[in-house]
Structure formats: C-alpha cells, structure tokens
Write a protein that binds this ligand. Structure first.
Ligand code: APR
Ligand code: PHB
Length: 392
C-alpha cells in the first residue's frame, strides 16, 4: 500500500468538491480530490442552472468565471403563472438591485474541472472502495483503490462533498447524526431542446393538471419541466407528448408562442427535502448534497453547495492556520442556518406551485396564496429576497 499525505482530503468532484479544492488552492492549503466516477461521467450530468450573486462572486474569486461572464444571462425577474395569468416578480426592484444568472450547472462543473486541471494538487478519478477512517481523532485518513492498488491518504481534515449517495455521511455513527427528510409525491420530467426559450425569465406555473417550468440554457437552448408521477418512466413520454402536456399547463399566451423541437435529453428526477445535522464530526466536515438536498423549485441546490464551501473554506483556513478547532463547529452552525432558510423557501415554492392531491380545496388555497403574494409588496419582496439568495 502506498501512503501519501495532504492537509485536506476532499471526497467527491462535483461542484462542491471542485469549488472547495480551488478555493483551498487559492488559500495555499494542500488538498487531494478523490472521485468515484470518471471525469466524463461527472461532466455529463444535467442539472439546474440559476446562479445566485454570491455563487457568481465565489466563482469570480477562485478564477472560474471567465466563460460565465461572457455567456451567463442575467435575470432581473422571475415569473409566476396561475389561472391563465402571468405575474412578473421583479428581482432587482425588490432587493435593491440583486439579480440571478442563468448558466447551466454542467457548464459550472466544466469550468471548475478546467481550473482544477491547472492545479498542482491532485484529483483522483475512478477511485474505488473509498473509506473514511479515524476522523474522531487528530489523524484521520482515507483509503481507496486506484487501478487495483490500495492507497492511503493521511490528512488533517476530510471534506465530505460526495453527494446524497456518497460514503461520507453514512460513515458517521447513527447516534451522532440527526436527519430530517420529506419525500414529495411527484417527480420532475425535464427536457432539453435546441429551440429559443419561450420566456426570457424563468417561469413557474401552477396549473390544475400539475406544475410546469420554463427555463433556458441560452437564447437558443430551452430547458422545460413538468411535474410527473414519481414512478413514471422517461420511455413513457414521446417528445410530442411532453410538448402537449407542457402547453396544457401554461397560460395561453405562453403555449401559443412555444417553439417545439426534438429533445436533446429527457430525464425524471424525484423531489426530496433532506438535512443532516450537524455538519461537523471531529475532523470530518460535510458540504453540498452530502449534507442536504432541496427540491429543485427555486434552483437552490447548487447555490447551497457554494455557500457551504464559502463557510467551510473559512473554517479550514482558521483551523489549518491558527489551530482554531472551534472554527470547525462554527462552520456547522453558520452553514446550517442558511441551509434551513433556503430549505424553507424551496419547500414553500414547491408547495405553492405543485399539485399534491385531487382535492380542489387544496388547489384553490394555492391560487389564493398566489393571488396574495403577487399583490402584496411584502409577499413580492419575500419571494424576490429568497430567489436571489440569502446573504452569506
Ligand atoms: N467516493 C468518492 N466520490 C463519490 C462517492 C464516493 N464514495 N460517492 C459519490 N461520489 C461523487 C459523485 O460521483 C459526484 O461526482 O461525489 C460527487 C458529488 O457531486 P454532486 O452529487 O453533484 O454533489 P455536490 O457537489 O454537493 O453538488 C451539489 O449539485 O447536483 C447538484 O443537486 C445538486 O445542485 C446540487 C449540487
Ligand atoms: C433549470 O434551468 O434547470 C432550472 C431553473 C429553475 C429551477 C429549477 C431548474 O427552479
């Protein structure tokens, strides 16, 4: 077995792991990223694509925002639709000028991979049997197999950035961790197509047939979603069926103008709210989807991964620089405070816009809530403030 050492072992090369790695590079803190999949696999995943300003600022700070600054599309508003009406919600107007930026997570990951490729610190792809050890002591280590050879990586800290299905969170003894979970009774069927987006801003539609969402990746590439049964299969949906159902859920002025075309991709994702507490277990810190999952309504998953990494990198700098152990616990408290607020908003927007039951009373109450929040200044401000993201 070969043994090497570093300051921080980062498990997972998704957005959280790669962003942390580049931030630590900038701070002069040695790190190694260990990823189970190949780089091609990581880069092929299609997910949401709305960045909060704090996420954009983080990417600028680590030097990964060159393409984002060219290709990202600022959105000064978001739209809510119900009862055949569209209500614009000004973001800048209700938040003192803040906006969000449309830029796909796939592109963010590619930019982070490119930045990482120039780092002197290593990234191990296709690592097998990754396991975490002794993180309740001052000498934690990680074991993994690389091309059939077992490797040992000694470190001061382990950053668990390995997503919901990763090994980090489940390595913690059950008695030390509390989890909260809500599984929603539906999924999202998403479709990507090279057609101009029908709406210049993201549009969330509450419809009696179920939720629909219009988003974009560029002025020539659209991303649309419809609420579906959680057990439904992509194979059950032809492109024509998707377009027909989408149109039926959108206000007439939108569906009359929608341009259809062949899908580049279709997939179904379940909706879940999940939080693990705390985020620190001795020398193991969790970030991103390893620690929490939000339903995609509001596009907060990626942004939360970045705010975790922001707080975590400050804690790691205080710990490795000044031996400040307390900074590790403060990481957990600071990150979780923002995670819970963001979880609340994602849950709220999901409830407001989705069909949960066949009971017409439930639907009418949602329509009344939409009528209220879109006509009350306080309501509009609450939506806008949350949509652009809580301050760090
Ligand atoms: N060992 C090493 N790597 C692992 C392991 C393991 N045992 N298990 C999983 N991984 C890797 C995955 O292959 C993946 O590349 O960890 C990475 C986790 O990446 P994400 O799931 O994208 O999670 P995260 O980086 O926290 O990003 C959060 O991305 O997908 C969205 O909804 C998510 O938007 C949120 C954001
Ligand atoms: C997307 O563009 O994929 C997207 C946008 C907004 C959401 C979710 C997904 O709330």
């Amino acid at each position: 077995m070969t043994t090497t050492s570093t300051q921080v072992a980062i498990i997972g090369a998704g957005p959280a792991g790669l962003a942390l790695a580049s931030k630590l590079d900038r701070l002069g803190i040695d790190n190694v990223v260990i990823e189970r999949r190949s780089q091609e696999y990581v880069l092929a995943r299609i997910r949401a694509g709305i960045l909060e300003q704090t996420t954009v600022d983080f990417l600028k700070d680590i030097g990964a925002a060159g393409r984002l600054e060219q290709e990202g599309i600022p959105h000064h508003g978001v739209r809510l639709a119900y009862n055949n009406r569209i209500i614009p919600v000004g973001l800048g107007a209700n938040t003192g000028g803040k906006v969000v930026t449309a830029y796909g997570q796939t592109e963010v990951t590619k930019d982070l991979c490119d930045l990482r490729a120039a780092s002197p610190n290593p990234t191990v792809y296709e690592a097998e049997n990754v396991s975490l050890h002794d993180f309740d002591s001052a000498r934690p280590y990680v074991l993994y197999d690389e091309q059939g050879v077992t490797k040992r990586l000694n470190c001061q800290l382990i950053a668990g950035c390995d997503g919901y299905h990763g090994v980090s969170r489940v390595s913690v003894p059950e008695s030390a961790i509390t989890t909260y979970e809500k599984v929603y009774p539906f999924g999202w069927l998403g479709m990507l197509a090279d057609v101009p987006p029908v709406s210049p801003e993201v549009l969330y539609a509450n419809a009696r047939r179920g939720f629909a969402l219009c988003s974009m990746r560029s002025w020539t590439r659209s991303r649309y979603y419809i609420q579906c049964d959680p057990d439904d299969k992509v194979e059950n949906w032809t492109d024509d069926m998707f377009w027909d159902e989408l149109k039926r859920r959108l206000p007439d002025e939108v569906s009359d103008n929608i341009q259809t075309g062949p899908s580049l991709e279709k997939s179904i994702a379940p909706l879940r709210s999940f939080i693990a507490e705390p985020l620190r277990f001795g020398r193991l810190l969790l970030a991103g989807d390893a620690a929490h999952v939000v339903p995609p309504t509001g596009a907060k998953g990626l942004n939360l991964a970045f705010s975790d990494v922001h707080y975590m990198s400050e804690a790691i700098a205080a710990f490795t620089g000044d031996g400040d152990e307390d900074a590790l616990s403060r990481y957990s408290e600071r990150a979780l405070a923002r995670v819970w607020k963001t979880q609340r908003f994602s849950w709220y927007l999901t409830n407001l816009t989705h069909r949960f039951s066949d009971d017409p009373f439930d639907q009418r109450v949602k329509e009344a809530e939409l009528a209220y929040v879109t006509t009350s200044q306080a309501g509009l401000q609450m939506i806008a403030e949350n949509y652009v993201g809580m301050p760090l």
